[in-house]
Design a binder for this molecule. Structure first.
Ligand SMILES: *Cc1c(COP(=O)(O)O)cnc(C)c1O
Length: 362
């Protein structure tokens, strides 16, 4: 039984994007970022498709444990680190790797004895984003403490994160990179800085380890360049079906609040997808979808389980017809994000559990 809505995931596109990334940064190793359920695509199948990655990164301990339980053998980095000795012990038990971003975390690791030492750890350097990280003048002390710790097998690498990598030629990017490089010169240890946008547009930021997220999923981080411009293939196509057709006369309204009023005869299709599936409510009145190779507008408010679309120009019955919400040649998730006034990252992560993920190869 085919069930809708469905997020159809192309695993060969994922593999293609990983190779494309390796082409762009041939001398770096790849830490594939699969946090937030692999940007909504589903951990289990995504990590298998990306098994040629040198390491994986997630935000939280629970995500790291999940990946280890899926049988992943590569290093798994917890980007936010941990905050308690229990969590630290679990990190060690599951052979996960940590990012240390404040002195409290470092004191914690030095205050207990772990059953197995941690490997492949990182120190987060604050270079301008002011989110996570130790100020440059604290790195010496942190490095000393961690290098002396019996709970780490080796010296940590130095990591930082761009605040605006998608703004090409923004001088703040070079400033951030400069700070990390100055730090790295002192400690002779691996560095990691580049996310997707930086992998594409700031090649001197590649360093030893790159950390691609968005581009793995075939999405462009730039407003003015499409995925295909960048040699990437979209991985997710979000689809549903028309479950009802309504014939509206002039003056009839559609949906909650009657926000949309017909100014002429209109055939309206009701599609089974809504904000309960993660279809963003900001798409009310401004979104568009693809049906029968045509782009048609979303009419009125997005409900929890349904949206209304304009079928007036679509011939035939339409009942049961497939509708593409994003991810085909005519409508990229980047376009939909623009319509919703958000970023593709959010749309992808929002896809809820109710949406069936269907996996295929090409
Ligand atoms: C999410 C994340 C990434 C991946 O960023 P993309 O823009 O999706 O490539 C890299 N590094 C850190 C620290 C992150 O939190």
């Amino acid at each position: 039984m085919q069930s809708y809505p469905v997020a159809s995931i192309d695993l060969s596109a994922l593999k293609h994007n990983l190779s494309r990334i390796k082409e762009l940064a041939p001398t770096s190793r790849v830490m594939s970022v699969v946090k937030a359920n692999a940007y909504g695509h589903g951990y289990a199948q995504v990590v298998q498709a990306l098994i040629d990655s040198d390491a994986f990164a997630v935000a939280r301990l629970s995500e790291g444990i999940r990946l280890r339980e899926l049988g992943i053998k590569q290093p798994i980095v917890i980007l936010e680190g941990v905050m308690s000795s229990d969590a630290l012990q679990l990190t060690a038990d599951y052979s996960l790797s940590l990012v240390f971003h404040n002195l409290t975390q470092i004191e914690l690791v030095n205050s207990i004895q772990l059953n197995t030492p941690l490997k492949f750890c990182w120190l987060m350097v604050e270079t301008g984003m002011h989110r996570l990280g130790l100020a440059v003048d604290k790195i010496g002390e942190a490095m000393q403490l961690l290098s002396a710790s019996s709970n780490l097998t080796d010296k940590p690498g130095l990591m930082s994160h761009f605040a605006s990598a998608e703004l090409t030629n923004d001088p703040r990017n070079q400033k951030q990179l400069e700070l990390l490089k100055q730090c790295a010169d002192k400690y002779n240890t691996p560095i990691s800085m580049a996310n997707s946008a930086a992998i594409i547009s700031i090649s001197d930021s590649h360093g030893d380890w790159i950390r691609p997220g968005l581009m793995l999923y075939g999405v462009s981080p730039f407003d003015n360049r499409t995925a295909s411009d960048l040699g990437l293939k979209p991985v997710m196509q979000l689809k549903s079906v028309v479950i009802a057709v309504q014939e509206l006369q002039t003056g009839d309204q559609v949906g909650y609040g009657g926000d949309w009023t017909a100014s002429q005869y209109t055939r309206v299709g009701i599609v089974s997808i809504g904000y309960g599936d993660g279809y963003n409510r900001q798409l009310s009145d401004v979104g568009s979808v693809i049906i029968g190779h045509k782009s048609v507008p979303v009419l009125g408010r997005v409900s929890m389980d349904m949206i209304a679309i304009d079928l007036t120009d679509i011939s035939g019955s339409s009942l049961g017809d497939e509708v593409c919400l994003w991810g085909n040649d005519m409508l990229a998730v980047e376009d939909v994000a623009q319509q919703a006034g958000t970023i593709p990252y959010e749309l992808l992560c929002q896809i809820s559990e109710r949406v069936v993920r269907e996996y295929h190869h090409g």
